[in-house]
Design a protein around this ligand. Sequence first.
Ligand SMILES: [Zn+2]
Length: 206
Amino acid sequence: MQLSSSLLENAVNEFAKLPGIGKKTALRLVLHLLKQEEDHVHVFSDSIREMRAGVKFCRRCHNISDGEVCSICESPTRKQRVICVVETIRDVIAIESTQQFNGTYHVLGGVISPLDGIGPDNLHIDSLIERVEKEQTEELIFALNPNIQGDTTIYYIQKKIHHLPCKITTVARGIAFGGELEYADEITLGRSLANRLPIESYMKPM
Ligand SMILES: [Zn+2]
């Protein structure tokens, strides 16, 4: 793409680095911003800069947060002894939008995947086990993507905490095997949470 301004070209190249944005879409967005009042564009760029500089991760659940501890972990109306284990922050947002869950979360930051070089030490697994031990967790709900890596991760964590008096469940298989949690519709995701299964029946071979 040949553009008459190198400044325009730089901006287009930066937008095109975003996921799902090609060069043409990037150009459309940049030209849209150019048409806006300068103040509006500053608000836009400042919000990105401030987000990057100011956003923290909750030291308890690793969810995105404005402070040291996130609003979900601090909420007195949520069941603090129920933990929903997810891979990413996007999964927290997906489950929150179902309005079916009133516990807390634990964001692992991925799943065990030896082929990709991701082992238990690369994930927030130790802090999860520590939480279950210290917080007298009553239930751990696994809401990982239904695939081999997700199952391996559940199995690994379950082995580490099976001696503790904590009920372990997983979301039901309402989501297609090999699918992605964040793309499931709200009804499927909500029902999966409502109909969660005991770990024994989930791991049982068919
Ligand atoms: Zn938190």
